[in-house]
Design a protein around this ligand. Structure first.
Ligand code: HEC
Length: 235
């Protein structure tokens, strides 16, 4: 049985390490960001690439099943099966780690204005009404994300203006913690910030730099920024 106890300990140790990842999730929720998602739905949280509520639950269930199986296991066959399952778990862990490393390397390029790019919206306001209308529609559009979220899920509707940090009161470009920590950008323009939220919390590809969606959303966010800062705006 000592062999089993040992396995069980190692397994629970690994589960413990997985549970440690839940701390930033709780901090984020405590920080005022609300997530609409039910358990079982694959809602992935910002700042935790490759990690989701479901994967934690699944990992948890596996670990428990292993631990229980370990206590009951008698035959060699079962012990072997357990060994294989553990090896699989380790391999998965490694693959996740590698994928994360790669994501970080390409992350900055995905959200930073490309070379030679000229923005077609203004960061000092006075953007065309049809651009603001299109931007507002996109702001509520869950089809922009791969996880069922829209910008409004986190940032609120009808002028609620939630989920922003104090940096949002400064005119663009300015420093944003998420852009700096996850994408290595020391400051962002409005369109770059849209791309940051597209890639991280929305778990989607960045919008086309030459398309209409990006400057429309950026123009709309410029007006939201002005509203949050208590300045005149066109919303
Ligand atoms: C899952 C939640 C979530 C979703 C969905 C989301 N965001 Fe954000 N967004 C955040 C968080 C968290 C911050 C604060 C980042 C910080 O200050 O470090 C933020 C900050 C911002 C900021 C302000 C940053 C600043 O201080 O200047 C803008 C603009 C923004 N988001 C736009 C959008 C747009 C546009 C969308 C939809 C395409 C979107 N967000 C979707 C979580 C989200």
């Amino acid at each position: 049985m000592s062999q089993h106890d040992d396995k069980r300990r190692r397994l629970l140790g690994r589960l413990g390490r997985q549970l440690a990842y839940t701390t930033p999730v709780l901090a984020l929720i405590a920080g005022g960001v609300t997530f609409h998602g039910t358990v079982g739905e694959d809602v992935t949280l910002p700042g935790l690439s490759g990690f989701s509520a479901t994967s934690l639950l699944v990992a948890n269930a596996h670990a428990e099943a292993h631990a229980e199986g370990g206590a009951e296991a008698q035959g060699e066959a079962e012990a072997e099966a357990e060994g294989e399952a553990e090896a699989e778990g380790e391999a998965e862990g490694e693959a996740e780690g590698e994928a994360e490393g790669e994501a970080e390397a390409g992350a900055t390029d995905a959200v930073k204005r490309p070379e030679g790019y000229e923005p077609v919206y203004s960061e000092s306001g006075n953007n065309a009404p049809e651009w603001l209308a299109r931007g507002e529609a996109l702001y509520y559009d869950t089809s922009l994300s791969t996880n069922g979220l829209s910008c409004a899920t986190c940032h609120g509707s009808d002028g609620q203006d939630m989920g922003y940090s104090a940096t949002f009161e400064e005119a663009f470009p300015h420093r944003v913690a998420m852009a700096e920590n996850q994408f290595g950008l020391s400051e962002v323009h409005a369109d770059e910030m849209v791309q940051v939220c597209m890639v991280a919390p929305m778990q989607a590809s960045p919008l086309d730099w030459g398309g209409e969606a990006l400057p429309s959303l950026a123009a709309y966010m410029v007006e939201v920024q002005r509203r949050v800062a208590g300045q005149s705006h066109d919303l």
